[in-house]
Design a protein. Sequence first.
Length: 210
Amino acid sequence: MQKGIFISVEGPDGAGKTSVITQLLPRLADYGKVVTTREPGGVPIAEKIREVILNPEHTGMDDKTELLLYIAARRQHLKERIEPALEAGNILLVDRFIDSSVAYQGFGRGLNPADIDWLNHFATDGLVPDLTLYFDIDVEEGLARIAQTRGHEVNRLDMESLGLHQRVREGYLSILNKQPDRLVKIDASQPLEQVVADAWSVIETRFFKD
């Protein structure tokens, strides 16, 4: 069975992940079939869970409830989207994966990282991306980008305190420090063209250069 390439993309809110992914697609397509997806979501059941998580009316959601909803969405996404794409030998590009739970619910919410690691392993059967691109940006700059691009559309996480978003960034930097072989830091404060160029350089060097 041929195994595909699994690349996840992570970063604080406003890091510009979606824009970079869009511009990476035609370059990746030169090397095989590309499948893109996101978390939470990517498949119908997980998209329904996403709606519950991000609904701005759900301000009373308990932190552990939030975590478990993300984990449930991840499991369904894995079975319906991620595993089939990899088994077919595709290049899989996922907007957020296991590291988001560690950064947001672990560092951001203060939940036990060991519990999150266990739940992630349980949900994914231990699957880990071949490469994770971490797009780093100052929290205030990232939130300003969101306010500018989304206009009046606000989800529940956008309503969180600046402190939470700062802890999330600290969480990502901690993961980067612990797993430098898998995670590669990209400066997302640069112009989009340079961010894309840096991201592509990492991908090309890792997978497509002899």
